[in-house]
Design a protein around this ligand. Structure first.
Ligand code: AMP
Ligand code: TRP
Length: 326
C-alpha cells in the first residue's frame, strides 16, 4: 500500500478553496492507501498568530477533517508539533537545501513582499524544508495538494534526490497529486487571485453562515458576456464558478457548459449557490456533532502515537545515513 500524506495550516478558518483543492479529496485515499493527514501547526508559526487563535484553529481543523469523512481508524490524524521527528528531520535537511532555491519559492516571495519593510522570520524562508521533512518522514509517495503547493513538493523531490545521491536510497520520492478540476479556486471578488483564508471578501469559509455564502456567490464578479463557457483568460469569474460547481457535483466542465446552455448568469449563480450551500450545510452539521462528541483530543493523541512510530523509524534511517549516533 502506497503511503499518502497531506496537511493544512491552522492559520484561519478553512475556505472553499482548501476544501475543493485538498480536504474534500483526502477521504478517498484512506480505503486504498495508508494515509497520514496532519495539522501543520508548526507551519502556522511562520507568520504572527495569537496563541489562543492558533489553538482554536487547530482544534477546528481536526474537527473539519473528521467532518469531511476522515476515519481515524483508517487515517492517521495528528498534530505536527506532537511528533518531534518533524523538527529533527527539518534540522538535518536544512543542510542540504540551498538559500537560492528557497528564495525562488513563489509563496515565500509573495508572503515576504506582503510584509514590506517589516522583519521577515527565518521560519518563513525555510518553510519548504519543514514541509519536505513532513513528507519524507512517512515515505509518502502521494501528496494530494492544491496547485499552490506543487512547487514545494517539487523542491521536496529535489532534496530527496540530492540526499539519496549522497547517501544511497534512504528517502522515498514523493509526487504531488492535483485534482483535474479545482486545484486552484479563485477569489469571488477578484477571480484573477487565489481564494485565501486572509481575504474574507472574496472567500467562502467552511463555517460561514449560509445566507452570507449565497450572497457572496450571487454577487461574485463575472464578465458582461451572457454565455456560461469555460475560458479562464476571457471569463475568469464564470470559469471559477464552473470549477466550483463541477468539483462539488463531480462532473466535467463540458457537462457544466451543456447543463447551463441558454441559461442566464443569474440562473447559473443560483445553481452554484445551491450546491455550495447544500455541501456546507452537511459539513457544518457533521462538524457540530463531532465537536459535541468530545472525541477530537482522543483522536489526535492516538494519531500522534501512530505517527511517531513511523516517523521515528525514518529519522533513525536518516541519522544513521549521515553519521549521527543512534
Ligand atoms: P493552506 O491553507 O495554505 O495550509 O492550504 C492547505 C491546502 O489547501 C493545500 O493543499 C493548498 O494547496 C490547498 N488550497 C489552498 N487554497 C486553495 C485554493 N484557493 N484552491 C485550491 N486549493 C487550495
Ligand atoms: N505548506 C502547505 C500549505 O501551506 C501545508 C503543508 C505543510 C503540507 N506540510 C505539508 C501539505 C506536507 C502537504 C504535505 O498548504
Amino acid at each position: 500500500m502506497a503511503r499518502v500524506l497531506s496537511g493544512i495550516k491552522p492559520t484561519g478558518t478553512l475556505t472553499l478553496g482548501n476544501y475543493i483543492g485538498a480536504l474534500k479529496r483526502f477521504p478517498a485515499f484512506q480505503t486504498l492507501h495508508n494515509s497520514f493527514i496532519f495539522i501543520a501547526d508548526l507551519h502556522a508559526l511562520t507568520l504572527p498568530i495569537d496563541p489562543e487563535v492558533l489553538k482554536k484553529n487547530a482544534f477546528d481543523l481536526a474537527a473539519f477533517y473528521l467532518a469531511a469523512g476522515l476515519d481515524p481508524e483508517k487515517t492517521t490524524l495528528f498534530l505536527q508539533s506532537q511528533v518531534s521527528a518533524h523538527a529533527e528531520l527539518n534540522t538535518i535537511l536544512t543542510n542540504y537545501a540551498y538559500m537560492g532555491e528557497m528564495a525562488r519559492m513563489t509563496q515565500f516571495k509573495e508572503k515576504s513582499e506582503a510584509k514590506k519593510e517589516q522583519a521577515i522570520g527565518l521560519g518563513l524562508f525555510t518553510y519548504p524544508v519543514l514541509m519536505a521533512a513532513d513528507i519524507l518522514l512517512y515515505d509518502a509517495e502521494i501528496v494530494p495538494v492544491g496547485e499552490d503547493q506543487r512547487q514545494h513538493v517539487e523542491l521536496t523531490r529535489d532534496l530527496a534526490q540530492r540526499f539519496n545521491h549522497r547517501y544511497g536510497d534512504v528517502l522515498v520520492m514523493p509526487k504531488a497529486e492535483l485534482s483535474k478540476v479545482g486545484a486552484r479556486v479563485m477569489s469571488l471578488s477578484d477571480p484573477t487571485k487565489k481564494m485565501s483564508k486572509s481575504d474574507p471578501k472574496g472567500n467562502i469559509e467552511l463555517s460561514e453562515d449560509l445566507a452570507s455564502v449565497r450572497k457572496k456567490i450571487m454577487s461574485a464578479v463575472t464578465d458582461s458576456d451572457t454565455i456560461v463557457r469555460y475560458d479562464v483568460a476571457q471569463k475568469p469569474g464564470i470559469s471559477n464558478l464552473m470549477t466550483i460547481y463541477a468539483s462539488l457535483k463531480e462532473i466535467s466542465l463540458e457537462n457544466v457548459e451543456k447543463t447551463f446552455a441558454g441559461q442566464t448568469y443569474g440562473m447559473f449563480k443560483k445553481a452554484v449557490a445551491d450546491v455550495v450551500c447544500e455541501e456546507l450545510q452537511q459539513l457544518q452539521e457533521r462538524y457540530q456533532s463531532i465537536v459535541a462528541s468530545g472525541l477530537v483530543h482522543h483522536v489526535l493523541k492516538q494519531g500522534a502515537q501512530r505517527a511517531q512510530s513511523i516517523a521515528n523509524a525514518t529519522l533513525q534511517r536518516v541519522k544513521a545515513a549521515v553519521g549521527l549516533w543512534l
